[in-house]
Design a binder for this molecule. Structure first.
Ligand SMILES: [Zn+2]
Length: 484
């Protein structure tokens, strides 16, 4: 009998919520009776899905910012997630967890070196937690281009997951993975998820009301009868936000458990996950991808840089915000390289390796000493450290959530400016150069279409605040263990 396999992928992610100066999440009143959204989603989704062993039986990725929060908020549940991947590694030699590009940056908008940092940091974060190398990496918003795929392949990533409309050309068969040939001779495997049914589990509560009906009718009908007749194995992959199972849709963690516990087997379906499937089913076909596309905008990746029908409010603020932060990033890099290059001959490599400081695997002093060609003074070490922290905020300010929603006057875009202000402040402390006038000037065009709130004013408020906390800064201070 040919195998009819399926895999459910859950993308578990929450943006950074903590104040960059205190490391504390401010109260979020919409999340009542919990004090913030992370706590609420934890009770509704992460915890019950762990307790039902769902993490062991789906394909999943957990964003580093969320993992970081879980690790400190509920270490037991956090360890259980790792253990559920480890159980697969033990049984099958491959785990079911995937890595994620670190700051949930829309990678096609990022420079080559930023793409490398995001991928390197994502792999390091995964390896630190799970204790083995990732085989797959989830791309934020599944936003893709060939350069990104090439960098994934070069770092040993074997596969990713994309939406069906990200395949180039007609006739996509989403019952098998494909190989994508990359410039330079590398290649990477892509699983294209089943689009209609993934949308139905996300947005139609009827679809997931009954696991047996779902397995017998909805899921079973996705397989190709032709292929079955020919005796060919097939896999259907469904992908969605993991938070839908219990948070966006109440009690759907139980639907998921029932589907995986028996309903799918009863329907003659085999549960699997991508890296396990690939052990016995290498891709047979190649395909090209459509660059600068994503899973949650049907206008390419316009949603994160301008106006599109996904967010029907005047969206010019998004392009101005991206322009301002790109200019700031370039200026911050200038200060970073000018200051560090005379002290450390490989500033790019230093920046990539800084993730090991963020993960608490090595002290900043030790990393800096390892990479310097000669012993540095305390003052030099301090300035290198400040610039590395500034670079960390510079990466964080491109978190995609800053551009996802319709209006500028929301917590997510303001958070992006909080990180930008912190990056400017740290760079100023290290070098004496103040990038805030240029940034303020660039941000004056970013205006909320609803409330008229201006980004230059928000940025100024964060800058003013940031001086208050300067006394708290130390090389072993709270920020050294607060990646995200
Ligand atoms: Zn759109």
């Amino acid at each position: 009998m040919p195998i009819k396999a399926f895999s459910i992928h859950g993308h578990f992610y929450q943006p950074p919520r903590e104040d960059p100066l205190t490391g504390i999440i401010p109260n979020e009143y919409g999340a009542a009776p919990y004090s913030n959204w992370n706590e609420r989603i934890h009770q509704e989704c992460y915890r019950p899905n762990v307790e039902l062993h769902n993490f062991e039986r789906i394909s999943f990725n957990v964003g580093p910012t969320l993992f970081n929060w879980l690790e400190s908020h509920d270490p037991h549940i956090y360890q259980q997630i790792l253990a559920q991947d480890a159980a697969n590694l033990h049984s099958f030699g491959v785990g079911n967890a995937m890595a994620q590009a670190y700051n949930h940056t829309i990678l096609p908008f990022a420079s080559s070196s930023d793409k490398i940092i995001q991928i390197t940091w994502g792999i390091a974060d995964f390896t630190h937690r799970f204790g083995h190398q990732p085989k797959g990496m989830w791309l934020p918003e599944t936003a893709v281009d060939y350069e990104t795929l090439g960098l994934l392949a070069r770092q040993g990533i074997e596969f990713t997951i994309l939406a069906p409309w990200q395949a180039d050309g007609d006739g996509l068969d989403s019952t098998e993975p494909y190989r994508v040939q990359l410039p330079g001779g590398d290649s990477i495997i892509v699983f294209f998820y089943q689009g209609d049914l993934s949308a139905r589990i996300s947005f139609s509560t009827d679809a997931t009301a009954d696991a047996e009906i779902f397995a017998d009718i909805e899921l079973a009908s996705q397989f190709s009868a032709e292929k079955e007749k020919r005796g060919e194995d097939q896999i259907i992959l469904l992908a969605s936000d993991g938070e839908l199972y219990g948070h966006h849709q109440p009690r759907r963690e139980r639907f998921l458990a029932q589907l995986l516990d028996g309903a799918s087997a009863h329907a003659g379906l085999t549960n699997t996950f991508p890296s396990l499937w690939l052990k016995t089913h290498p891709p047979r076909k190649t395909i090209r991808i459509r660059e600068r596309t994503s899973w949650s905008c049907h206008h390419g990746i316009t949603r994160w840089t301008g106006e599109c029908a996904c967010t029907p409010v005047e969206g010019r603020w998004k392009s101005y915000l991206r322009y301002a932060l790109n200019r700031l990033a370039t200026a911050l890099d200038g200060l970073y390289f000018d200051t560090i290059y005379p002290l450390i001959p490989k500033p790019r490599s230093l920046r990539q390796r800084y993730i090991h400081v963020m993960l608490g695997e090595i002290s900043p002093e030790k990393l800096i000493a390892e990479m310097a060609t000669h012993p540095l003074t305390q003052d030099q070490i301090w300035r290198v450290y400040l610039l590395l922290e500034s670079q960390r905020e510079r990466q964080r300010m491109f978190t995609s959530c800053g551009w996802f929603f319709e209006d500028f006057d929301r917590i997510e875009p303001k958070n992006v400016l909080a990180y930008a202000a912190h990056a400017v402040r740290l760079a100023r402390l290290a070098t004496g150069d103040d990038l805030s006038p240029q940034t303020r000037s660039d941000l004056r065009h970013v205006i909320s279409p609803r409330s008229g709130l201006r980004a230059d004013n928000v940025f100024s408020q964060f800058m003013a605040r940031s001086w208050v906390a300067e006394d708290n800064l130390s090389i072993s201070g709270p920020q050294a263990n607060d990646p995200g």
